[in-house]
Design a protein around this ligand. Structure first.
Ligand code: PHE
Length: 340
C-alpha cells in the first residue's frame, strides 16, 4: 500500500506542473483528490488496517494529499498570471495601425450666422439679450402698442396656448423686457426663435428666427438707425451693398420703415434672386414710438431710440444661396454636411 501511495504521489507531482490550462488543472484535481479518486478510496480503507499500520499509512496519505493540494494551488496561481498577461497583450494598442478618423460635427448654418451677427453687434458695442418664446399677450402685443383689433392678433396669425399665453410672433417683446429691467442707455440685440401660423412653403415656416436691435439714449436719431444698419449689412455681405428704407407701419415704431438691401447677387442690376427689383427685403425698422417708452416708464421727452428686426433665416438663405427655407429645418445630412 505504501508503494501504491508513493506512485500516486509521484504521478500527481509530475502531471500537475506540466498541465497547460486551468481546465486541465481542474480535471487533474478531480482525478487525484476528487471523491472517486484513488486517494479518497485509500483513505476510506484505513479502518481496515492493522493497529500498527494505521498511523503510518494514515500519515503518509494525509501528507501526500496536502502536497498535491499545494502543488495544485501553486500551479493555479501561475496559470492565472499567464492568463492575465495574455488578455493584456490582446488589448495593447498597435501603434503601427493608421488612426481611426474622428467624425467632426459642426454648428447648424443658421447658428453659424446667428453667432456671426452677434459678433458684429458686440464689436459695435451692443449686448446680447434674450426673452422667452412663450409670451403673454401683454409683452407680445399690448406693451408694443398693438391694438386689440390688429390683424396680427388673429388666431390665423398667432399660435395661442390654452392657458392664454402665446408663442411669440416676433422678437420685439424682448424690447419691453429689457427696458423694464434697465435704464438707458440701452444698446442690445435679441436673437431668437419666433412662431407664426403660416403654411410652410419655400419662403415661410411656422418656426423662424429673428433678431431684434434696440438702442435708447438721449439724442438717438434716424441717422443712427441708418448708420448702424448700413455698417451691419456691409460687415455681413460686403462693402458693395447698402440699405434703403421704404415707408411702412409698425405699431411700436414711428416713423416706421421696411428695410431693403442692395441685391448681393447683382448689385442692383436686377436678377432672379431680387425678382428684377435690384433690392432684397430684409425686415422692419423705425424710431421707438413714445407710447412704448412711456409704457416702461421712460421719459419720452428725454429719450429717443430706434429698433429694427431682421430675419436670421432670410440672412442665412441669402448668404448661402438657399432657395427654400424648409431645408433649414429638415436635418438632411446631405445639406448639413456642406457647412462643416
Ligand atoms: N417685429 C417686426 C416684424 O417682425 C420687425 C420690427 C422690429 C419692426 C423692430 C420695427 C422695429 O415684422
Amino acid at each position: 500500500m505504501k508503494e501504491e501511495i508513493q506512485t500516486l504521489r509521484q504521478k500527481a507531482l509530475e502531471e500537475i506542473p506540466i498541465c497547460k490550462n486551468l481546465k486541465e488543472l481542474e480535471s487533474l484535481r478531480i482525478k487525484f483528490l476528487g471523491r472517486k479518486s484513488k486517494l479518497s478510496f485509500l483513505l476510506s480503507q484505513i479502518g481496515q488496517l492493522s493497529k500498527e499500520q494505521r498511523p503510518v499509512i494514515g500519515n503518509l496519505l494525509n501528507q501526500s494529499k496536502k502536497e498535491i493540494e499545494k502543488q495544485i494551488a501553486v500551479k493555479k496561481e501561475a496559470l492565472l498570471i499567464v492568463k492575465q498577461k495574455k488578455s493584456k497583450i490582446k488589448r495593447e494598442i498597435d501603434v503601427t495601425l493608421p488612426g481611426r478618423p474622428v467624425e467632426v460635427g459642426a454648428k447648424h448654418p443658421l447658428f453659424q450666422v446667428w453667432e456671426e451677427i452677434e459678433d458684429i453687434f458686440i464689436s459695435l458695442g451692443f449686448e446680447i439679450a434674450e426673452g422667452p418664446e412663450i409670451e403673454t399677450e401683454y409683452y407680445n402685443f399690448d406693451a408694443l402698442n398693438t391694438p386689440e383689433w390688429h390683424p396680427a392678433r388673429n388666431l390665423s396669425d398667432t399660435f395661442y396656448l390654452k392657458n392664454g399665453m402665446l408663442l411669440r410672433t416676433e422678437t420685439s417683446p424682448v424690447q419691453i423686457r429689457v427696458m423694464e429691467k434697465y435704464k438707458p442707455p440701452i444698446r442690445i440685440i435679441a436673437p431668437g426663435r419666433c412662431y407664426r401660423n403660416d403654411k410652410p412653403d419655400a419662403s415661410h415656416s411656422p418656426v423662424f428666427h429673428q433678431f431684434e436691435a434696440l438702442v435708447v439714449d438721449v439724442g438717438i436719431t434716424f441717422a443712427d438707425l441708418k448708420g448702424t444698419l448700413d455698417s451691419f449689412v456691409k460687415r455681413l455681405f460686403g462693402d458693395k451693398t447698402h440699405s434703403r428704407f421704404r415707408p411702412h407701419f409698425f405699431p411700436f415704431t414711428e416713423p416706421s420703415a421696411e428695410i431693403d438691401i442692395l441685391c448681393i447677387n447683382c448689385n442692383g442690376k436686377g436678377c432672379k434672386l431680387c425678382k428684377n427689383t435690384g433690392w432684397l427685403e430684409m425686415g422692419g425698422a423705425g424710431m421707438v414710438d413714445p407710447k412704448v417708452l412711456e409704457e416702461v416708464n421712460y421719459d419720452s421727452e428725454k429719450y429717443t431710440g430706434f429698433a429694427f428686426g431682421l430675419g436670421i433665416d432670410r440672412i442665412t438663405m441669402l448668404k448661402y444661396g438657399i432657395s427654400d427655407i424648409r431645408i433649414l429645418f429638415r436635418n438632411d445630412l446631405r445639406f448639413l454636411e456642406q457647412f462643416v
